[in-house]
Design a protein around this ligand. Structure first.
Ligand SMILES: O=c1ccn([C@@H]2O[C@H](COP(=O)(O)OP(=O)(O)O[C@H]3O[C@H](CO)[C@@H](O)[C@H](O)[C@H]3O)[C@@H](O)[C@H]2O)c(=O)[nH]1
Ligand SMILES: [Mn+2]
Length: 747
C-alpha cells in the first residue's frame, strides 16, 4: 500500500470554491446595507410624532415593515452560512481499484415504492434494473424493493425484471451501456442503424413492457404467471394495502444457484421483494417505517456494510457511483468519520427554463457545497450512500475504524425458505414495539421529512457527510409537472423541516456543540422555510395597499436612506441572477425560479406554518402525500412547452390568484392616476419603491393572469376560481378605499 512507503495518496480530494473572498466582501457590504434599512425604520418609528403618524399610515404599519425587514435580514444572514465556504470533492476510482478491488464491501440497495398507480411498476423496475447493473461485483450487490403498496402487479413486474436482468446485465457490461435504466437507455438512442444485440435486447424489453403494462391496465396478473411462481400465494391472505401479512420473496440469491445466473452463467445480484406487514391499528410511519424494515431484513440476508437508498423513480444514471462513494468511505485518513455520501436530487424531466424550479439550483449547486464545507450536506432521502452502522444509530468515536475486511456471520446452513421465513418476522408490525427503532435506531419516525431529521441526528452523533456532485448526475428522477404538485410537495418539506426545529433534534439547541455552528445555521435556514410566509405576505400586500392610499412606506428616491434599499435590491438581484446562471440555469429559468419562490412562500409555506402550529397544540397530524410520477399526455405536452399547469381548484390557488389580482388592481390604479391626474407619474416620485414592488408583483404573475382569463385549455384555472379570487381581491381593495373615505370624513 502507498501508505507503507510513507506517501499517502488519498482516495479523494477536496477543493475550495473560487471567488470566496469576493463573495465574502459582497456579503459584508450587503449586511451593512441591511443594517441601514433596519436603522431607517427604527429611526422613523421613534422620531415621528403623533400628527405625522396619521400621514405615514400609523405606527403599526411601520412596526410591521420593520418586523418583515428584520426577518428577511435575519433569514438572509442564516443563508450565508452555506455560501461562505464552498467545497468540491473529487474521488479517485483508479486508486480504489488498485488497493481494494479484491476486498470491496457488500452493498445493499433499497428501492422504495408505495403505490402502483402513482408509481407505475414499469418505472419501478427500470430503477431496480439500473441499480442491479451497477459496475460492481454482482455477488456483492443486493437489491431490495420495498413495496408499501403491497401490489401483486409490482411483484409480477419485479419477477419479470429478474428474468430480463439475465440478459440486461451482461448486455450492459459488454457494451458499457450508460445509463443502465433500460427505458432511459433506449430513449436516448437516436441511431437507427443499430447492432443486432441491441435489436434483440430491445425486443425482449418491449415484450416485457407489454406484459407489465397490460397487467397494470387490467389490474390483474396473468394466470400462467401466477401458477408459475409460488410467491403469489402470499396474497391469498391479503385483505388490503393497509391490512396484510409480511410478503417477502427472495427472487435471486446465490443459494438458488441455477435460477440466479445470467445467460453467460455469472451470478446475478441478490434480489428481494418486501411488502412489510401492515395492520390498521399500527401506524406504518411511511417511508421511514419501510426503510427500517429493510434495514432489519437485509441484515440477515446480505448485511451490506454500505447501503444505498433511492426512491423508485430515481434510476442510476452513472454505473460507477458505488465506486465513487466508496472512495470517500474507504479513504485511509478521513473515511472513518464519514457516515453518508449524498448525491444531488436531479431530474430527467426538467425543461430548459425549469418552469417549476424543480432543479433547486441554488440548493444543489451552491448551498450543499457550502454545507459540505461546514461538516456535510443534509440527507435528502434519495441517492444517498450510508454506512450501515451510522444509519443504525452508532455514535462516532475517534478510535472507531471500520473494518472493511471483516467477514460477516451470515448463516450459511439454512435454506432459502428458512431465511425468508426468518426475515418475515423482522418486518412485522409488532417487531418494533418497545425497541429503539424510529428513535435511536434507523430512520426517525413522526416527521414528514424523515430523511433530514435522520441525517441531522447522524451528524449530531459526531459523523461527517460528503456531497458528491459530478457533472454527470448519479441519479435522475421525475419532477412534478403541475403547479399544485409542486406546492403540495413543498408544503410537506417545509412543514417537516419546521417541525424539526421544535423536535428533540432541533438544530437550534440539540445540535449545539455537536455540529459546527455554521452547519447549525444552515439547517435553521431550511427549518425556517415555513415562517417566511408571514414576512412575504406582509410585503406583497401592505406596500401595495398603501400605494393605493397614496402613503409612502419607503424613503423617496432623493433621500439618502434610499441608498441602502437600492443597494440591497440591486445587489441581491444581480447576485442571485449570477448565482443561477453560473449554476447552469437560464435567464428565463431565473425569472421562473423567482415566481416559484413567491408562490411557495405565499401558499405552501403558509399552509405548512399554520398546520405546524395547529399540530403543536395537538389539533392536526401531518400526512405524507406521495408525489405523482406520471401525468396525462396533455399535461406532459404543456409541461414540455413550459405552460404552467393549474387545472383544478385549490385553496392554494385562490390565495395566489387573489394576491396577483389585488396587486394588479393596485397597479392599474397607479396607471390610471398617472394618466388622469395632473403631475402624471411625478405624483409617485415619493413612492418609487412601492410602485416598483407592485409592478414586479404584477409582472411575475403574468402566467397566472393568463391562466385566469386568457387560456382555454384544460390546464387553466377554473372560472369559478377566477370569480372567487376577483371578488376577494376587489373586496380587499374596496374595503380599504372605503375605510380611507370614512377616515377622511371624520377629520
Ligand atoms: O408510505 C410511504 C410513502 C412514500 N414512500 C416512498 O418514499 C419515496 C418518496 O416519496 P415521494 O412522494 O416521491 O416524495 P418526494 O417529495 O419526491 O421525496 C423526497 O422527500 C421525502 C421526504 O419528504 C423523502 O422521503 C424522499 O426520499 C425524497 O426524495 C417514494 O419512493 C415513495 O414510494 C414509501 O415507501 N412509503
Ligand atoms: Mn419523488
Amino acid at each position: 500500500m502507498d501508505r507503507g512507503r510513507g506517501v499517502y495518496s488519498p482516495l479523494f480530494e477536496t477543493k475550495k470554491g473560487r471567488g470566496r473572498l469576493i463573495y465574502r466582501l459582497f456579503s459584508i457590504s450587503l449586511f451593512t446595507a441591511i443594517s441601514f434599512i433596519w436603522l431607517y425604520r427604527f429611526n422613523h418609528i421613534i422620531t415621528t410624532n403623533y400628527t405625522q403618524q396619521e400621514e405615514d399610515g400609523g405606527k403599526l404599519v411601520w412596526f410591521g415593515m420593520l418586523a418583515a425587514e428584520l426577518w428577511f435580514g435575519f433569514y438572509w444572514f442564516l443563508t450565508q452560512a452555506f455560501r461562505w465556504n464552498l467545497v468540491f470533492r473529487q474521488p479517485f476510482k483508479d486508486r480504489l481499484s488498485q488497493r481494494y478491488e479484491h476486498m470491496l464491501p457488500e452493498v445493499d440497495i433499497f428501492v422504495c415504492t408505495a403505490d402502483p398507480e402513482i408509481e407505475p411498476p414499469m418505472m419501478v423496475i427500470n430503477t431496480v434494473l439500473s441499480v442491479m447493473a451497477f459496475d460492481y461485483p454482482s455477488e456483492k450487490l443486493s437489491v431490495y424493493l420495498s413495496d408499501d403498496g403491497g401490489s401483486e402487479i409490482t411483484f409480477y413486474a419485479l419477477l419479470e425484471a429478474a428474468t430480463f436482468a439475465k440478459h440486461w446485465l451482461p448486455f450492459c457490461k459488454r457494451f458499457k451501456v450508460e445509463p443502465r435504466s433500460p427505458a432511459a437507455y433506449f430513449n436516448g438512442i437516436k441511431d437507427t442503424n443499430i447492432a443486432n444485440e441491441l435489436v434483440a435486447i430491445k425486443k425482449l424489453y418491449n415484450e416485457m413492457e407489454k406484459r407489465i403494462e397490460d397487467a397494470t391496465k387490467l389490474k390483474r396478473v396473468p394466470q400462467e404467471a401466477r401458477l408459475k411462481h409460488k410467491g403469489f400465494s402470499q396474497w391469498d391472505s391479503y385483505s388490503s394495502k393497509r391490512d396484510h401479512d409480511t410478503i417477502l420473496q427472495i427472487l435471486l440469491h446465490k443459494k438458488d444457484h441455477d435460477n440466479s445466473k445470467d445467460v453467460h452463467g455469472f451470478m446475478l445480484p441478490t434480489l428481494v421483494y418486501l411488502a412489510r406487514e401492515k395492520r390498521p391499528q399500527y401506524h406504518h410511519n411511511y417511508k421511514a417505517g419501510a426503510m427500517n424494515s429493510l434495514l432489519r431484513v437485509s441484515s440477515i440476508i446480505s448485511n451490506g456494510k454500505v447501503i444505498l437508498n433511492v426512491d423508485c423513480d430515481m434510476y442510476s444514471n452513472n454505473s460507477e457511483s458505488i465506486r465513487d462513494s466508496l472512495c470517500y468511505f474507504m479513504d485511509e485518513e478521513k473515511g472513518h468519520e464519514i457516515a453518508f455520501v449524498q448525491s444531488p436530487q436531479a431530474f430527467e424531466n426538467v425543461t430548459k427554463n425549469d418552469l417549476y424550479a424543480s432543479a433547486l439550483l441554488a440548493i444543489a449547486e451552491v448551498e450543499f457545497h457550502g454545507a459540505d464545507g461546514c461538516g456535510g450536506p443534509l440527507y435528502i432521502g434519495t441517492g444517498c450512500f450510508h454506512k450501515r452502522e451510522s444509519l443504525c444509530g452508532m455514535k462516532f468515536s475517534d478510535e472507531y475504524r471500520h473494518n472493511w475486511k471483516s467477514e460477516d456471520n451470515l448463516s450459511t446452513e439454512e435454506t432459502l425458505h428458512e431465511l425468508e421465513e426468518k426475515s418475515k418476522g423482522l418486518a412485522s408490525c409488532s417487531y418494533e414495539e418497545n425497541t429503539q427503532w424510529g428513535k435511536e435506531m434507523g430512520l426517525k419516525y413522526g416527521c414528514p421529512v424523515e430523511d433530514v431529521i435522520t441525517g441531522l441526528s447522524i451528524q449530531s452523533n459526531g459523523w461527517k457527510s460528503v456531497y458528491y456532485n459530478p457533472a454527470r448526475k448519479a441519479f435522475l428522477g421525475v419532477a412534478p409537472t403541475s403547479l399544485l404538485q409542486v406546492l403540495i410537495q413543498h408544503k410537506r418539506w417545509s412543514e417537516g423541516d419546521f417541525q424539526i426545529l421544535f423536535s428533540k433534534y432541533s438544530p437550534a439547541w440539540y445540535a449545539f456543540g455537536k455540529i459546527n455552528l455554521s452547519l447549525q445555521m444552515g439547517y435553521c435556514a431550511y427549518c425556517l422555510w415555513a415562517p417566511n410566509c408571514l414576512a412575504t405576505l406582509f410585503y406583497s400586500i401592505i406596500p401595495s395597499l398603501y400605494l393605493l392610499k397614496g402613503i409612502p412606506l419607503f424613503p423617496k428616491i432623493s433621500s439618502p436612506w434610499f441608498i441602502p434599499f437600492a443597494y440591497v435590491i440591486i445587489g441581491e438581484t444581480i447576485y442571485s441572477l449570477l448565482e443561477f446562471m453560473l449554476s447552469g440555469g437560464t435567464f428565463e429559468g431565473w425569472w421562473n425560479d423567482l415566481r416559484i419562490w413567491l408562490y411557495k412562500r405565499t401558499s405552501s409555506y403558509l399552509y405548512a406554518f399554520s398546520d405546524t402550529i395547529l399540530k403543536l397544540f395537538g389539533f392536526s397530524d401531518s400526512l405524507f402525500t406521495i408525489t405523482a410520477k406520471v401525468s396525462e399526455e396533455e399535461v406532459v405536452e404543456r409541461h414540455e412547452k413550459e405552460i404552467m399547469e393549474f387545472g383544478t381548484s385549490s385553496p392554494m390557488f385562490t390565495i395566489l390568484a387573489t394576491l396577483a389580482l389585488f396587486n394588479l388592481f393596485c397597479f392599474l390604479n397607479v396607471l390610471k392616476n398617472a394618466i388622469l391626474r395632473d403631475g402624471g407619474f411625478g405624483a409617485y416620485e415619493k413612492m418609487g419603491l412601492q410602485v416598483i414592488l407592485c409592478g414586479f408583483l404584477v409582472l411575475i404573475n403574468l402566467p397566472l393572469y393568463q391562466g385566469l382569463f386568457l387560456r382555454k385549455d384544460s390546464g387553466k384555472l377554473p372560472s369559478s376560481l377566477a370569480m372567487k379570487s376577483t371578488t376577494l381581491a376587489l373586496a380587499l381593495v374596496l374595503s380599504f378605499t372605503f375605510n380611507l373615505y370614512d377616515k377622511k370624513k371624520d377629520l
